[in-house]
Ligand binder design. Structure first.
Ligand code: GLP
Length: 245
């Protein structure tokens, strides 16, 4: 079924409701491929979680050369290396990066196993700056409204930083089958807001309240996703089951 498109002019947010999983993942892939067609060497920030699995599957099978893209990730668990199957770097390599043609030099993922967290945060911000900033930030959504690991109450002016995870987030993420560390390193909301384009993917029954907070249109630090209301080029692709009339 064709997605319903709503353009909210006041906030310049595009909202696409998708009434099937296939439509949801296909719309997401179309957006990413369109951004890539406009700028083949774009800098992309990638999310982890169940939501982007269908997107990554479609990108893996797209007949497109991604070799010029600069790849970043949104967040990582403190203490985990890429070799750890619970790490986000491991997930992204398995789901996407190892399956497409990408030179290692174009991949900069957060190093969760660093011995100096603050230095890693600075180094990550510098890498994003050297890439000319993010062209596209692809985001999932936490049930409590978190984006990347910016939990409720996070300061919106921060760039990459260490974040303490809420018990709600740890419990949700433990469903992936691995113990969840207490802290993460995350791109901050300031980093995400500076991305030239943001694609927010909202999928799953648990996301209804967080999506509703966004659609109400009032920035509220207790719902970090509402920080995106300030963004001039935000597209939301939403699971049609979450529609509340
Ligand atoms: C984690 C990630 C978020 C992601 C969220 C949603 O907390 N840090 O970036 O958006 O999970 O995950 P899922 O897509 O599995 O619901």
């Amino acid at each position: 079924m064709a997605p319903f498109l709503l353009i909210t002019w006041r906030r310049r947010m595009q909202l696409l409701w998708c009434d099937s999983d296939d439509s949801f993942h296909s719309r997401a892939a179309e957006r990413v491929l369109a951004a890539h067609a406009r700028k083949p060497d774009l800098a992309i920030a990638l999310p982890t979680g169940r939501t982007p699995l269908g997107l990554y599957s479609r990108l893996r099978s797209a007949a497109v050369a991604f070799s010029a893209v600069r790849w970043f990730n949104l967040d990582e668990y403190v203490g985990l290396s890429r070799a750890d199957p619970a790490s986000y770097a491991h997930f992204l390599h398995a789901q996407l990066l190892d399956e497409i043609d990408v030179p290692d030099t174009n991949i900069r993922l957060i190093r969760g196993d660093t011995s100096d967290l603050q230095a890693e945060c600075r180094s990550y911000d510098q890498a994003i700056a050297r890439a000319g900033g993010l062209d596209l930030a692809i985001l999932g959504l936490g049930a409590n409204g978190h984006i990347a690991f910016n939990e409720p109450g996070s300061a919106w002016h921060r760039t990459t930083h260490v974040a303490t995870l809420t018990e709600q987030t740890r419990a949700a993420n433990a469903q992936q089958g691995y113990p969840v560390p207490p802290c993460g390193i995350t791109m901050g909301i300031a980093t995400l807001i500076r991305a030239r384009e943001v694609l927010l993917l909202v999928h799953g029954q648990s996301k209804g309240d967080a999506l509703q907070a966004l659609l109400q249109g009032d920035p509220d630090p207790s719902w970090p996703v509402t920080s995106l209301l300030e963004h001039p080029a935000l597209t939301v692709i939403a699971d049609g089951r979450l529609r509340r009339e």
